[in-house]
Every structure is written in C-alpha cells, then in structure tokens.
Design a protein around this ligand. Structure first.
Ligand SMILES: [Zn+2]
Ligand SMILES: [Zn+2]
Length: 246
C-alpha cells in the first residue's frame, strides 16, 4: 500500500512539474523577475511618496483612517480571493486563470518554493495590474477627501495602495526557497504556513483566503486546522483532479 501511495504522489509531482515547465517556457525571454519585483515595490514607494506629499498637519483623529482601511482591505482580500481567484467570474476571468489552474497547479502545500526566480511571474500580479488597482482607489480617496478632510483622502489612498503591495510582497516571501533568510523570521514563517495550508487542493476553495494577516479567516471561521493524516490521502485525490483540470 505504501509504495502505491508514493508512486501516485510522484505522478502528481510530475504533473505539477510539467505545468511549471510549460508556464516557464511561455515567459518571454525579456522578462526580469527583479524588474517585476522592483516595479511592484515601486508602486508602494510611489504611494508613500504621494501620501507624504499630500498630507499636511495631520490630526490624531484623521489617523484612524489607517486601521479602518486595513481592516476593510483585509475583508476585501478574503472576499476577492474566495470569489474571484477561485471562481471564474466575469469580467475578472484572468484573475482565476492565473491563480487556480496555474499558481495552484504548480505550488502545493509540500512544494511551495519557486525553483527559479523567473517563477516570480507565476507568483506576482503584473505590476501594471497593481498600479491599475491602486489608481482605481483614487476616486474613492477623492470622495473621502470631500466628505471628511483632504488628509483622510490621502491617508486612505496611501494605506490601501501599500496594503495591496504588502499582499504581493508577502505572497512572494511565502514562495521563496526554503533556505531563504526571510524564512527564519518567526512571524513570516507562521504566515507562510497559513498560506501553505491554502495550497492544499482540498482546502483552497474553503480555507485560508487571507494572504496578509488572517483576520477575516479568523472572523469568518475559515482558518484551516493542522494537517491530519486523513487529509493527506484526500488531498492527493484533490490534487489529481486539479492537476487534470489544468
Ligand atoms: Zn500562493
Ligand atoms: Zn488561492
């Protein structure tokens, strides 16, 4: 029985490798993972710079917009991951296509690390998408600015954009090689484990949708428990169907 299980798992690994090789081959030669990472980080640095330029003489009460934005963003992250990244929904099909049959087909709980930094293309959103999402928050920040104060608008925009970039950077950390120095940080290690549980095919549509702080997973009861022996067998079955679907 044990050798059969090993063989099956090996087959699934081979399927994941096949998907990885196919996706890597499709990445244009000019692609630079470092430029991708720098551009993503640049959106966050740009948002901070714009915020610091716009904010003038901030009052203590105005700073409340920071925690409020973080909590709302955490809820949006949970909702979007569950409903847009794991369900093909018009007009956001591209989000599903890149996430469920690609990102989840290559990385699963026992094999989370990139094997080559060009794979950051399979982990990070396109930097222009991050910039576009940050830009989409400008009208809402203008409403905040008009309804409350100008500083509130700037603080909302900066916090929301930096939150989005932190999602991207944390997600990258979770998929770094196991011996990467960042893996020694206990907080990052705990968050990585939380995301790795989500990469169990059996759990990916029901658990651990938060990629940053698992606040809404905790509030809405979608925190995955520790992996049990029983789940391992079922996960292999789920992985088989997910791999076949990709
Ligand atoms: Zn991931
Ligand atoms: Zn997912």
């Amino acid at each position: 029985m044990f050798p059969m299980k090993t063989t099956r798992l090996d087959g699934l690994r081979a399927k994941a490798e096949e998907t990885r090789a196919r996706l890597l081959e499709a990445i244009p030669a000019r692609y630079s993972p470092w430029a991708h990472l720098a551009a993503t980080t640049g959106v966050g640095v740009g948002a901070l710079t714009v915020g610091l330029w716009g904010i003038k003489g901030v009052a203590a009460a105005e700073l409340l917009v920071i925690p409020v934005t973080v909590v709302v963003a955490n809820g949006v992250e949970w909702w979007a991951h569950k409903h847009l990244l794991h369900r093909r929904t018009w007009p956001f099909e591209v989000l599903y296509d890149r996430h469920t049959p690609e990102h989840h087909a290559v990385y699963w709980e026992e094999a989370m690390a990139v094997t080559n930094y060009r794979e950051l293309k399979l982990v990070l959103m396109p930097a222009l998408g991050v910039l576009g999402a940050a830009a989409a928050m400008v009208p809402m920040s203008a409403v905040f600015g008009a309804v409350f104060t100008a500083n509130t608008g700037w603080l909302f925009l900066t916090t929301a954009a930096c939150y989005l970039v932190s999602y991207e950077l944390l997600h990258t950390v979770y998929h770094l090689p196991e011996d990467h120095p960042l893996g020694r940080n206990p907080v990052l290690r705990w968050l990585s484990k939380h995301h790795a549980r989500h990469h169990d095919p059996k759990q990916m549509r029901s658990k651990n949708f938060n990629v940053t702080l698992p606040l809404f997973d905790w509030l809405l009861g979608t925190m995955a428990g520790d992996r049990s022996e029983d789940e391992e067998g079922q996960s292999e079955g789920s992985l088989a169907s997910e791999a076949a679907a990709s």
